[in-house]
Design a protein around this ligand. Structure first.
Ligand SMILES: Cc1cc2nc3c(=O)[nH]c(=O)nc-3n(C[C@H](O)[C@H](O)[C@H](O)COP(=O)(O)OP(=O)(O)OC[C@H]3O[C@@H](n4cnc5c(N)ncnc54)[C@H](O)[C@@H]3O)c2cc1C
Length: 309
């Protein structure tokens, strides 16, 4: 069946009526926008910086009937080798607000978790120390309900402003966010998270810093941060740890092309050089099969696979 041709030129021209040329690019290689350093081109790549630009961008993409993909800092995605047809909207530049009033933070979705965590510390607020080493944007972290060391986004988020595909702005209270393990309501409604309100607690600045340093050291000693990756490849199966199961199956160091099960932490698939998405996917399938054969446990990827093979 022949695919309907997408009119990227018309979309490009209309986006340029309101966005500068350097933030609306054609044939953008997505390997430059993922921590895996893998991924083919996006037909069109857009970086809005404000709520108005985001709303205009989404509405225009919808009017032109072009498929939409949203990314943050690309730290939990595997973009396939032929890239992404249609429009990719990066929320990474949405950094117009980072404010604090009493114990509440108001932050744009594009800020990196590290910066938000350090901002909270600078204000003497505790609750975001867990996020210090997670290399994602705040928006991506809300989408994934990212978490580590007993903390997760659902513990601190109180409200979210998002933009729907037709450009309308929506407001959510935490009770409507359907937070679960690596899940939020945005998996189902496909809206774009734009601003986040978080409620923290007053704390001791020295203690907050000490906890952040402790968690950073833990990460550096246990995780293969010197290699490109997308963090933990698999979700934690109930009652087990994915990394332990993979290690017990004898798969540490197992590789396909330049994709490898990390020697340092078997829960991470790393790109040791020039791995393709195909290499990573083949490795993931093989790991799933062998772990299932050895332990009867199905490993479900945490990394989200997008694009064309
Ligand atoms: C070394 C390393 C360590 C990591 N450690 C952890 C950890 O401890 N805990 C943890 O939970 N994760 C961890 N991760 C994974 C990752 O950092 C988190 O999932 C992070 O929250 C993803 O944010 P992002 O901005 O990179 O999102 P992306 O990877 O760009 O996107 C992830 C998903 O979120 C969607 N999305 C992104 N932004 C938005 C938005 N504004 N609105 C709507 N949808 C959006 C995308 O469509 C995609 O489906 C790690 C990754 C690496 C590389």
């Amino acid at each position: 069946m022949e695919m309907k041709k997408l009119n990227i030129e018309a979309l490009h021209a209309e986006l340029l009526t309101q966005l500068p040329v350097e933030r609306v690019r054609k044939q953008e290689e997505l390997k430059y926008h993922t921590t895996f350093k893998i991924g083919g081109p996006a037909d069109i790549f857009v970086e809005p910086i404000s709520m108005d630009e985001l709303s205009f961008t989404l509405k225009t993409i919808k009017t032109h009937n072009i498929p939409l993909t949203v990314i943050g800092s690309g730290s939990n995605i595997l973009v396939k080798d032929k890239g992404i047809r249609g429009a990719v909207v990066s929320v990474k530049e949405m950094m117009q607000i980072m404010d604090c009033k009493d114990q509440t933070l108001y932050v744009g979705a594009g800020y990196m978790l590290k910066d938000v965590s350090e901002f909270a510390w600078s204000q003497g607020l505790t609750g975001l120390e867990f996020a210090i080493g997670i290399p994602g944007t705040l928006g991506g972290a809300v989408f994934m309900n990212a978490g580590a060391y007993d903390g997760e986004m659902s513990h601190v988020v109180s409200r979210v402003r998002a933009v729907a595909f037709d450009g309308t702005i929506k407001e959510y209270d935490v009770k409507d966010l359907d937070f679960g393990y690596r899940h939020s309501v945005f998996h189902d409604n496909h809206e774009v998270i734009a601003e986040i309100v978080m409620t923290l607690t007053e704390g001791n600045q020295e203690a907050i810093k000490a906890r952040m340093d402790e968690l950073t050291e833990k990460r550096e000693s246990k995780q293969p941060l010197e290699f490109a990756s997308a963090g933990s490849t698999f979700k934690r199966p109930t009652g087990y740890y994915a990394g332990t199961l993979i290690e017990q199956t004898g798969l540490k160091g197992f590789s396909v092309g330049d994709a490898q099960v990390s020697e340092k932490h078997a829960g991470f698939v790393i790109n040791t050089g020039n791995a393709s998405a195909h290499d990573v996917l083949t490795l993931i399938k093989e790991v799933q099969q062998r772990v299932h054969d050895a332990h009867g446990v199905h490993l479900e990827p945490e990394v989200r696979m997008i694009g064309e093979d």
